[in-house]
Design a protein around this ligand. Structure first.
Ligand SMILES: C[S@@+](CC[C@H](N)C(=O)[O-])C[C@H]1O[C@@H](n2cnc3c(N)ncnc32)[C@H](O)[C@@H]1O
Ligand code: SF4
Length: 367
């Protein structure tokens, strides 16, 4: 074993503006910094070549990777190319308003196989609450363009639990996304970290019951359209599950490059610092970016395996994950119809999946 990762994440932080709910490592402004950022990324990739194994998945995430443009994305994938195995999944996130048919074709030609488009909603009111730039028509055009360009998988991101979102509006989003006929959907519950601009506007989040109802409708609606609920917030037609995300949820090693990127390799978690200018300055001077390292002991890994493993719709192997903190809770949860056991394998029931956080709290102690 070379010890290098089979999965690589690349962070592309630039956005046209910061959405009021976003807590990712994002920088607005500075289109002039994109070339310098690309140079820094290439330098970091060269520096960490020893950590790159035969790559089965690559994920270009953001930020808004599509703001880098096809020429820079092609150069990035050229540099990673010698490490990428044939048949690898190469995903890229894109904001619909920043791609046209020509750009999509160029991303495909550069080696991107899977496109993930941020729609968030098809309702004007919800889009306005979120402060989104793309119109529903632009989302539809981007999906059509992606299909035309020949991406193997096309995914759309949506949000539920948006302040003021009514059940009727949610149904309209379900109808709109199923009409698109994409083969993958990520549908997250909106999470507002303290200090997010959206909270400061004084908007009210829906109550727990309303959010639970919305979640159930999302799952039912997408299943009825032929998607499998393969992870807490992810749905796919058979064969279109995101293999890169599956690697995360299976606690596999991965290398992350770019500002704010995280790597998990050989029992260590390494976090690059935020701040594009500092990242560029370090790499331009031939130094690694500023980062912190945490060593992952067996206890931490066991807790992570439980937290990640229960998100998937396949059983968790106790031999792999290790015992839960409260083994006695397994019987109680099984009697309560939230969990099933077969030998050394544990699986959540459908009801258990909807109550995943509560189940996890019964089984594990998280600080
Ligand atoms: C890394 S973001 C970048 C995607 C792209 N820039 C966009 O905004 O469409 C990927 C996805 O995370 C989700 N997301 C972002 N902020 C979130 C939040 N506060 N709560 C829940 N999901 C969020 C959105 O669905 C978004 O499409
Ligand atoms: S476009 Fe996406 S990454 Fe950028 S600020 Fe908005 S949600 Fe965050």
């Amino acid at each position: 074993v070379s010890g290098g990762a089979a999965h690589c994440y690349v962070h592309l932080p630039f956005c046209a503006s910061r959405c009021g709910y976003c807590a990712f490592v994002v920088e607005t402004g500075g289109p002039d910094r994109r070339d310098a950022y690309l140079r820094a990324l290439l330098a970091e990739i060269d520096m960490r070549a020893g950590d790159l194994g035969a790559l089965r998945t690559v994920y270009l995430g953001g930020g808004t990777p599509s703001l880098m443009g096809p020429r820079r994305i092609a150069r990035l994938l050229e540099r990673l190319g010698p490490h990428i195995v044939p048949g690898a999944e190469v995903s890229m996130e894109a904001n619909p308003e920043s791609v046209d048919a020509a750009a999509l074709a160029a991303y495909r030609a550069a080696g991107v196989t899977r496109l993930s488009l941020g729609a968030q909603s098809f309702g004007e009111r919800t889009l306005a609450v979120l402060g989104r730039r793309a119109t529903p028509a632009q989302v539809r055009a981007a999906v059509a363009g992606a299909r035309e360009a020949g991406f193997a998988s096309v995914s759309v991101d949506l949000l539920f639990g948006v302040p003021g979102q009514t059940p009727a509006e949610l149904e309209a989003d379900l109808a709109a996304v199923t009409a698109l006929g994409v083969n993958h959907v990520s549908w997250y519950e909106l999470e507002l970290k303290p200090g997010a601009a959206l909270t400061l506007a004084g908007d009210e989040l829906p109550g727990e019951d309303a959010a639970a109802d919305a979640y159930e409708r999302v799952v039912e609606g997408l299943e009825a359209a032929g998607h499998r609920w393969y992870e807490t917030a992810n749905f796919a037609r058979p064969g279109h599950e995101c293999r890169h995300s599956l690697a995360y949820w299976s606690a596999a090693d991965y290398l992350g490059v770019g500002v704010g990127a995280v790597s998990t390799l050989r029992g260590e978690r390494r976090r690059n610092a935020a701040g594009v200018d500092r990242y560029i300055a370090h790499l331009a001077a031939g130094r690694p970016p500023a980062y912190s390292v945490e060593s992952l002991d067996d206890e931490t890994r066991r807790r992570e395996r439980w937290m990640l493993g229960l998100r998937l719709d396949r059983p968790l192997d106790l031999g792999w994950a290790g015992p839960p903190d409260h083994p006695d809770a397994l019987r109680r949860l099984e009697a309560g119809g939230l969990l099933r056991r077969a030998g050394a394998r544990v699986a959540l029931t459908r009801r258990g999946r909807f109550l995943q956080n509560a189940v996890l709290q019964e089984l594990m102690e998280y600080a």
